[in-house]
Design a protein around this ligand. Structure first.
Ligand code: NAI
Length: 285
């Protein structure tokens, strides 16, 4: 199946990145969010990113204008959905919001359309079950920041067809990304491996083994990680880290995934990392 019309739902940090990369790869993109001003904000962010690429002479002004002209704001969901070959959903990480959205998209999209979710932890199989086309529902998990990061974790739900998997794999390649096939289990691969490491790093601070700076230094210099796990946790958001640990803990029922009490305490205090100005480190607003 060939993809030409690419719809992105959610114009936040991930959705606008996905829309940008899709348009830069030559697709006709429609971008939707709950309010027009949020779509405008997403578009302004994309323009700022592209201007930075122009100033670094990575793309020309004509390239930038071409990319922007390929992204159409879609104020209603109907307008976003009615001609789509694929929809990539990047709205809040909440099962009820996602299932209700997929149910509506299922009723509005052409019958051939693929419905993909950028969820970082929610089960694709459950999202798919809200539609009448579970074989055409799949996970397309981009990494943040989307224009920079090479990986797309492609998650097969229980019912996802081989043909749909293949189309999405080719689409990820056409977007300059490297797809990796993963089955639908809590945390997929990326967060199942990453989050317990971050959680363990938090335990070492909680138990007084070392300071956050020392933990990060060990992992950077000793393991060649570009960024220490606690700095990374602050970037991801400590609320998101806790949410994913809870998904792993509930999903597997295994105590090895129990979230560190210090992580819970920070989240309760509103210390959510970079976005709130304080997490394991303090940030200037
Ligand atoms: P965000 O908060 O920046 O953006 C979410 C956007 O969705 C907001 O603009 C919001 O208005 C919009 N939205 C909410 N409900 C909607 C609805 N019913 N219809 C249309 N738009 C709606 O969130 P972010 O970080 O972009 O995350 C989006 C998704 O991507 C989540 O599922 C998250 O787990 C996943 N993700 C996030 C990563 C990250 O590092 N932030 C990395 C990989 C995946």
């Amino acid at each position: 199946m060939s993809i030409q019309r690419f719809t992105v739902i959610g114009a936040g940090q991930m959705g606008s990145g996905i829309a940008q990369v899709a348009a830069q790869s030559g697709f006709e993109v429609r971008l939707h969010d709950v309010k027009e001003e949020l779509i405008r904000k997403g578009l302004a962010g994309i323009e700022k990113n592209l201007n930075r690429q122009v100033s670094k002479e990575r793309i020309s002004e004509a390239d930038r204008d071409g990319v922007l002209s390929r992204i159409q704001p879609a104020v209603t969901l109907e307008e976003a959905a009615n001609e789509a070959d694929i929809v990539v959903e990047a709205v809040v990480e909440n099962m009820e919001v996602k299932t209700s959205l997929f149910r509506r998209l299922d009723g509005m999209c052409p019958t051939h359309a693929i419905l993909a979710s950028n969820t970082s932890s929610l089960p694709i199989t459950e999202i798919a079950a809200a539609t009448q086309r579970p074989e055409q529902v799949i996970g397309m998990h981009f990494m943040n920041p989307v224009p920079v990061m090479k990986l797309v974790e492609v998650i097969r739900g229980l019912a996802t067809s081989d043909a749909v998997y293949k189309t999405v794999e080719e689409l990820a390649r056409a977007m300059g990304k490297t797809p990796v096939e993963v089955n639908d289990f809590p945390g997929f691969v990326s967060n199942r491996v990453l989050m317990p490491m971050i959680n363990e790093a938090i335990y070492t601070v909680y138990e007084g083994v070392a300071t956050p700076e020392a933990v990060d230094e060990v992992m950077k210099l000793g393991m060649n990680h570009p960024m220490g796990p606690l700095t990374l946790a602050d970037f991801i958001g400590l609320d998101t880290c806790l949410y994913i640990m809870e998904t792993l803990y509930e999903g597997f029922g295994d105590s090895k995934y129990r979230p560190c009490p210090l992580l819970r305490k920070y989240v309760k205090a509103g210390w959510l990392g970079k976005k709130s100005g304080r997490g394991f480190y303090v940030y200037e607003k």
